[in-house]
Design a protein around this ligand. Structure first.
Ligand SMILES: Cc1cc2nc3c(=O)[nH]c(=O)nc-3n(C[C@H](O)[C@H](O)[C@H](O)COP(=O)(O)O)c2cc1C
Length: 342
């Protein structure tokens, strides 16, 4: 068991908030495969309090996702505070605040990564959200806005001053969007500067990248976004590797010991061989069917199907067939034909 913001977690490997992907179904699948904490995609605080119809489906959550975090975005402390206290959020244990979204529309409004230029406002927002949420509040930061000009340490300090219970660092600049490499020396810097848990995020996709980010940052938890798409089994693998001590993983020169690398390889091969993508799709769709109309479920699943099929011999066939999926029946038929084991 691991304590995070006063919650007991089974694993320090988390699923990142992913707009369009970390839907209730995918969160449930990842939790079932061992994600210690799952995040909703970012939800507009203003949309929530002004009753935007699309919001409630984003906020549905399955019992398997426990504990669970909801992510809000916005820049107005009062609106953020009211949204954090909204009834629709009552099932969530943590309220996370998006300070990283680089998308033009969001950034241009002063939301998401635009906050990385405004530590004073960060402080105000975190304070307000804490009051409204009455539960732990965390923030998810980028490196900064302009390439080579980090503001993450200053912003993390501001958030912690206002009572943030943890800080996630995705150390890319807004200017980089999702390109280039995450610079985890910045995550390490934040880790040495704040006394709350730091979650490292960015470019963790497999055992070796996990070992590398852990060795560099000594973070308190590790969060996967793109690396989890279609590969929920990765949470089980990294969860097991996370139980190894530093002495078991790292050689004196900082490299990864041969035994640790071999163990990682073994775990990965077994997890891949055991993974039944059809079962994952079924679980995923069953959850979505509780909250969305059939056609919407089919649409949501199109990209997920391609991810589940990635790196299998059926990847191309699934990509072509997924484009023609119109209904849930089509999703199951495709998954049965191409993704079922044995
Ligand atoms: C399609 C997509 C949607 C995303 N949506 C969100 C979001 O809603 N909130 C957020 O904080 N970050 C979001 N992110 C950023 C991820 O949470 C994560 O920080 C980033 O992808 C780096 O981690 P990774 O290398 O493990 O993917 C998104 C990223 C992608 C690719």
């Amino acid at each position: 068991m691991f304590d995070f913001c006063g919650l007991n977690l089974d694993s320090r490997i988390f699923l990142a908030p992913l707009a369009g992907f970390s839907d209730a179904g995918f969160r449930a699948v990842c939790a079932a495969y061992g994600a210690g904490l799952t995040y909703t995609e970012m939800v507009s605080a203003a949309g929530l309090i002004y009753g935007n119809r699309g919001t409630s489906a984003l906020l549905y959550t399955e019992p398997v996702c426990s504990p669970r975090a909801v992510q809000l975005f916005g820049r107005d402390p009062d609106i953020m505070s009211r949204a954090a206290g909204d009834e629709l959020l009552r099932g969530f244990d943590i309220v996370d605040i998006n300070m990283g979204c680089p998308v033009k529309k969001v950034f241009g409004n002063g939301d998401g990564s635009a906050l990385m230029a405004r530590p004073d406002l960060i402080e105000e927002i975190v304070r307000a959200v804490r009051e409204g949420a009455e539960r732990p509040v965390t923030v998810k930061l980028r490196a900064g806005i302009a390439l080579g000009h980090p503001s993450v340490v200053e912003c993390a300090r501001a958030a912690v001053r206002a009572g943030a219970g943890a800080v996630t660092v995705h150390p890319r600049y807004r200017e980089q969007m999702y390109a280039g490499q995450a610079d985890h020396t910045l995550t390490a810097k934040v880790k040495s500067e704040v006394d709350v848990p730091v979650v490292a995020n960015g470019d963790i996709t497999d055992a070796m990248s996990y070992f590398s980010v852990r060795g560099l940052t000594h973070a308190d938890a590790y969060m996967l976004g793109r690396g989890a798409l279609g590969r929920p089994w990765i949470f089980g693998v990294l969860g097991k590797l996370d139980a190894l001590s530093d002495e078991e993983i790292y050689a004196a020169d900082g490299g990864v010991k041969r035994e640790a690398a071999m163990y990682a390889e073994e775990l990965t091969e077994k997890a891949k061989a055991d993974f039944d993508a059809f079962d994952a799709v079924k679980r995923h769709v069953d959850v979505l069917m509780k909250i969305l109309p059939c056609r919407t479920v089919a649409n949501v699943m199109k990209l997920h199907l391609c991810h589940y099929a990635k790196n299998t011999p059926h990847a191309k066939a699934v990509r072509l067939a997924a484009a023609r999926v119109n209904d849930v029946e089509d999703v199951f038929a495709l998954a049965e034909e191409h993704l079922k084991k044995g």
